[in-house]
Design a protein around this ligand. Sequence first.
Ligand code: COA
Ligand code: AMP
Length: 635
Amino acid sequence: MSAVERATGSYAEAFRQSVEQPEQFWLEAAEAVDWDVAPTRALDSSSAPMYRWYPDATMNTCRNALDRHVAAGRGEQAALIYDSAMLGTTRTYSYAQLLDEVSRFAGVLTAQGISAGDRVIVYMPMIPEAAVAMLACARIGAVHSVVFGGFAAAELAARIDDAEPKALVTASGGLEPGRTIEYLPMVERALGLTDKAPAVVIVKDRPSIPGTAADVAGWLDWDAEVAAAAPADCVSVAATDPLYILYTSGTTGKPKGVVRDNGGHAVALTWSMRNLYDIGAGQVMWTASDVGWVVGHSYIVYGPLLAGATTVMYEGKPVGTPDAGAFWRVVQDHQVRALFTAPTAIRAIRKEDPDAKELANYDISSLTTLFAAGERLDPDTYEWAGRVLGVPVVDHWWQTETGWAICANLRGLEPMPIKAGSPTVPVPGYRVEILDGEGAPVEAGTEGNIVIALPMPPGTLAGLWRDEDRYVRSYLSTFDGYYLTGDSGYIDEDGYVFVLGRSDDVINVAGHRLSTGSMEAVVAEHPEVAECAVIGIRDELKGQRPSGYVVLKSGSEIDPEQLRKDLVAMVRDQIGAVATFRDVTVVQALPKTRSGKILRKTMRQIADHDEYTVPSTIEDPAVLDALAKLLGPGA
Ligand code: COA
Ligand code: AMP
């Protein structure tokens, strides 16, 4: 049976084949994609450790996501359902309609001189035009870079600096409960902060939200441009050409520009739709995330459309829009078969509706599986969701860099028993191992660094945008021959992987990946602050939250509450509301090693009231004692 047809089969056999005969495995999987020039080879290792998939093939991702389904007679089928709980409206786009919108917007971009290889920044709320802009870029071979709407102007500017876009696409506003997000002033501010400002800015005006393109001279109005545009056709690109850049948090303040190719991405996502999510043409998948994150790229936009399925794009929250039944309403209204969300969302629903009483108001019988990712699915939340929904709750682990799941319970290929706290087993193509600090393999059940043997499967990052050095330094140089995931965990006797958390300074707040390093850089700018550390501490609802520890300059007499207010406002202004930085503690000194490294892990253990051992390299144990008195269980 070929990998394309394998909707049910043996996980063990598929995994073995992917490792022993990767060429054959991934060439077979590639048969599910429409190529302009079909691949004769799967992997090019000639420039290892920079690997390239399908080096002699050409294709177009947008053609695979739209045109070919229309050509196959699916034109009238729903492609994208936009459900705005914020506005109380729903709009359905058939494949034919979405193709029309995308072709026209591709025509707008072409008319503005954007062509293959040019970068386009998309800074938009959860409205269909965000997906249209992404697909239009793919159609003409331009490279999109979506910036999450919750990031502030300085973060947008940092991404513009790095990507050097020719165009920026935005909207007049977004809607968050209780307030509107005005994008235009933020875009203006960002453009003032960079010397790489794009020549073209296109604004989708939302009538319900103030601010229009006309407010800023020279900016183009989406609707007017689309009305006048001639549709543009697909441009054939090399499978190895970039489809998008997605910036993600590293340990420093400078975000990493993860580069995704076209061909490997299309093959991997198509394979995952059938084998992992068990979703085929005509079935409905709802990923309750945001197009600004990788989960949104892969499973709001590309994955479901590549599979000819129907995707739901939801503008709203799990609670408060209007209540804790919001998710169940969407499942019912759109006959959702697979729902994918972050554990935080489930915790938020549970907190508000512990007995899931809201479920009685809806018929969710279409739902077969709840998928969770973005952060660890804690056993308590897992048990609750499984009990109230009565469907399998499937955790799967991945990252922006990999673009699709590293470990999962492959519901289409071979559903396996679920163990609470584990995303189950490595997905075919991923050779996952646990290494200790010296790079030696550890015994089953022992915690260590989770690494993936190179090469990784198609769909994973091709590198970092124009920074091969940083790519090698960040991911490939710690352990020779392996990709470092940055997560720590263990593999049990049955081969199940358990992901326990990050081993670096990246934190995960409500499924949003953030860098404590970039928050520290902001906090350090305060005139009264001599030194600071920001760590991620446990949070019942959001998994983690940032917590700042500040040493004041000698003689400073600033009121601690004033300091807190200043710092909260600074982080919100420079990084964005999504950072949810609220905790500030003034300390006399920060615990450090003799070489001056701040003992962040020990600080985290103290703040979380976990057990900790005093590191032998500590400079002054009294500093740690003082911290334990301030933050420890007895405090
Ligand atoms: N644009 C602008 N601002 C945004 C935003 C966006 N797209 N998304 C979030 N924000 C703002 C929020 O309005 C909030 O601002 P506030 O401080 O003024 O209230 C802040 O960023 C923090 O947002 P969030 O972390 O989402 O907290 P919340 O209290 O609004 O909601 C949850 C809590 C649990 C309901 C929410 O975090 C959630 O739905 N999480 C699911 C996570 C998810 O989908 N992750 C994606 C990866 S899979
Ligand atoms: P992002 O790149 O934003 O998708 O964040 C990736 C990080 O989120 C991973 O490196 C993990 O730390 C964490 N993560 C994502 N999914 C899971 C999961 N299922 N279990 C545990 N951690 C997860």
